[in-house]
Design a binder for this molecule. Structure first.
Ligand code: AP5
Ligand code: MG
Length: 214
């Protein structure tokens, strides 16, 4: 099963992708997490990506596509995967489609998590992320058992550098300009499913599993 998660920054792509990956035993691949891992480890890739991410801009397609294709070629991806934050532009989607075509394969579902812009800033300001395993929390909606500590691995939770309100607003603008057109792209390929992302984490997950098992 190959799944693409669509939705605005903060819509819950990462949260739901993590739950899908666990339930169906497929890898959760987030280009944002790959970039953050590289930033944390001070790699050249991380330093390049950080310049864009801190401004709320997209990392150039060429670099992003190279990293993603390399990752999905991994052996653990043979049975499928859930992509979170990729594709994010039409050219990225076209490269992915061409690569899958080459293998007589395709994306099975593009799940669009629909959340209005008004809800996004408050979600982002309460988000906390694990510095070690990347797990995502929210101080109100998805609090860790122990404040500031990851339930899964015990590492420290931090606020992401790009979750400042002014950066969030720019990320939303970039989303509407460059990523939202993917809703039509996957719609025209008959794999688009939209879920209401304003319900609870569990409700959204229930709606997604109903689609995947329907
Ligand atoms: P990325 O890491 O992908 O960030 P994003 O798309 O902006 O999305 P977020 O991770 O902010 O949100 P999410 O939808 O995953 O929401 P979450 O589940 O955390 O990308 C970061 C940057 O990297 C980009 O700006 C760009 O620079 C670069 N980049 C990455 N991929 C790229 C690409 N393909 N091309 C070019 N550049 C790329 O949820 C948010 C919060 O809400 C959490 O606190 C969560 O607990 C809470 N929450 C989730 N669901 C609910 C719910 N139902 N109710 C209440 N709270 C909820
Ligand atoms: Mg995310």
């Amino acid at each position: 099963m190959k799944i693409v998660m669509l939705g605005a920054p903060g819509a819950g792509k990462g949260t739901q992708a993590q739950m899908i990956a666990e339930k169906y035993g497929i890898p959760h691949i987030s280009t944002g997490d790959i970039f953050r891992y590289n930033i944390k480890n001070g790699t050249e890739l991380g330093m390049e990506a950080k310049q864009y991410m801190d401004k709320g801009q997209l990392v150039p397609d060429e670099l992003t596509v190279r990293i993603l294709l390399d990752r999905v070629a991994g052996e653990d991806c043979a049975q499928g995967y859930v992509l979170d934050g990729f594709p994010r532009t039409i050219p990225q989607a076209e490269v992915l489609t061409a690569e899958l075509d080459r293998m007589n394969d395709r994306i099975d579902y593009a799940i669009n998590i629909d959340v209005p812009d008004e809800n996004i800033v408050s979600r982002m300001s309460g988000r906390r992320a694990c510095t070690n395993c990347g797990a995502t929390y929210h101080i109100v909606y998805a609090a860790p058992k122990k404040e500031g500590i990851c339930d899964q691995c015990g590492a420290v939770l931090v606020q992401r550098d790009d979750d400042k309100p002014e950066t969030v607003l720019n990320r939303l603008k970039v989303y509407h300009e460059q990523t939202q057109p993917l809703i039509d792209y996957y719609g025209s390929r008959n794999v688009l499913k939209t879920v209401d992302g304003t319900g609870s984490l569990q409700q959204v997950f229930k709606d997604i599993t109903a689609i995947l098992e329907g």
